[in-house]
Design a protein around this ligand. Structure first.
Ligand SMILES: [Zn+2]
Length: 215
């Protein structure tokens, strides 16, 4: 029976390697499928966009949105960060706020474009409805933004959400990226996979959140 497992493992590694090869050989490997409408540049003199990233806690930007931020910066867009709480559950609010500024330095986002709210009644917290890790504050950010978009009602605000993936998809790496890009290019709701162009910078940004290295 051992040979069946070895054959399956070899097949999985081969699929993984083929998927990685396909991603790296695509014309724009940082965003799949290529030629996207995702945050396309404006026309005219001013081509860059102002993009507001709404997160629940300091460290969400590094842990979940690093490939997105790096992609947007590589396209020359102006990224702003609105963090809906200091993440003060363990009394580390001020430390975590400072760590967020350091992480944003790594992403070359100016400090004046980083806003941290700490409103007792505003613990509402742009994730999808599952919030990636299932954290209720991540889910609240999603619902808060949906409510805002619904009430705004003018349809002039573009909003995107970070899709939560199951464990298998999360850890199948290039295989998932490649298969997802084939499936979603034909779907009605546009979905793009942003491939991390600089994993070392994500790591550095996450290092800035030293108080959260608790696992
Ligand atoms: Zn979080």
């Amino acid at each position: 029976m051992a040979w069946i497992w070895m054959l399956s493992a070899a097949g999985a590694v081969l699929l993984w390697a083929i998927s990685l090869g396909r991603i790296l050989s695509s014309p724009a490997p940082s965003c799949l499928p290529p030629s996207p409408h995702f945050m396309s540049p404006l026309r005219g003199d001013r081509r860059s966009r102002n993009v507001l990233l709404v997160i629940a806690h300091p460290d969400d930007e590094s842990m979940f949105f690093a490939p997105t931020i790096l992609f947007l910066k590589s396209k020359g867009h102006n990224v702003h960060v609105l963090c809906m709480s200091q993440g003060n559950a363990d009394g580390l609010g001020n430390t975590r706020k400072e760590e967020l500024y350091h992480a944003c330095d790594t992403f070359k986002i100016q400090r004046k474009q980083v806003q941290v709210l700490d409103h007792l009644k505003l613990q509402i917290l742009t994730f999808d409805s599952h919030g990636v890790s299932g954290h209720p504050n991540h889910q609240d950010v999603h619902h808060g933004i949906c409510k805002f978009l619904h009430e705004n009602g003018q349809g002039n605000i573009e909003a995107w959400q970070l899709a939560s993936l199951n464990l298998f998809r999360k850890y199948s790496g290039p295989l998932d990226i490649w298969l997802a890009s084939r499936i979603t290019s034909s779907s009605k709701d546009p979905t793009y996979t942003l491939v991390n162009s600089s994993p070392s910078r994500s790591y550095q940004a996450m290092v800035a959140h030293r108080s959260q290295w608790v696992w």
